[in-house]
Design a binder for this molecule. Structure first.
Ligand code: HEC
Length: 147
């Protein structure tokens, strides 16, 4: 009787020990990682992005970003928001643009230029200006698409 009991108690204590150790490890790990925060961009980025947009994107996506003469998807409105906003990381739309736009030569701009274009799209979608938008995927992963 006694040996069984104490073995159970020992197992229980061991399990608690694991749980506490695991929680402590998880806490230590999460405090070392950057914190998620809402996405932002600088007004200068949006201004530069607008110039580029008018030059290279407007024919397909339109001056009001609702779709243009050459058949690009709307870059404003519910469908667009549900696809790329709604609390998703900023890296998703950045990666999409980088790897697919403009369709005839995707990835042809510098990461900074893609960040400028994204800043302009954010501005036209009602996001507020603030800290500049980064142009590397790791940093963009921690920015949340939330107004
Ligand atoms: C030749 C026409 C054309 C040009 C130029 C063009 N796009 Fe597009 N773009 C499209 C089409 C078509 C789609 C939809 C693709 C799909 O859904 O498969 C699209 C999709 C997008 C999307 C995603 C929209 C969504 O709802 O999925 C973004 C963001 C975007 N383009 C940004 C840009 C930017 C920024 C530029 C300028 C550098 C640009 N595009 C230039 C045709 C174009």
């Amino acid at each position: 009787m006694m040996p069984t009991l104490s073995r159970t108690a020992a197992q229980f204590a061991l399990a608690i020990g694991f749980a506490v150790g695991f929680a402590a490890a998880a806490a230590a790990q999460s405090s070392a990682e950057p914190v998620e925060r809402p996405v932002s961009y600088s007004s200068e980025q949006a201004d530069r992005g607008k110039k580029k947009y008018i030059k290279d994107c407007v024919d397909c996506h339109g001056e009001n970003l609702k779709g243009g003469l050459s058949g690009g998807a709307p870059l404003r409105g519910l469908v667009f928001e549900e696809k790329f906003f709604d609390g998703l990381p900023a890296s998703i739309i950045f990666a999409y643009m980088f790897s697919t736009m403009p369709p005839d030569s995707p990835g042809r701009y510098s990461p900074n230029t893609y960040a400028n274009l994204m800043a302009y799209i954010l501005k036209r979608n009602g996001f507020k200006a603030g800290a500049p938008l980064p142009s590397d995927f790791d940093a963009l992963d921690y920015l949340i698409m939330e107004k």
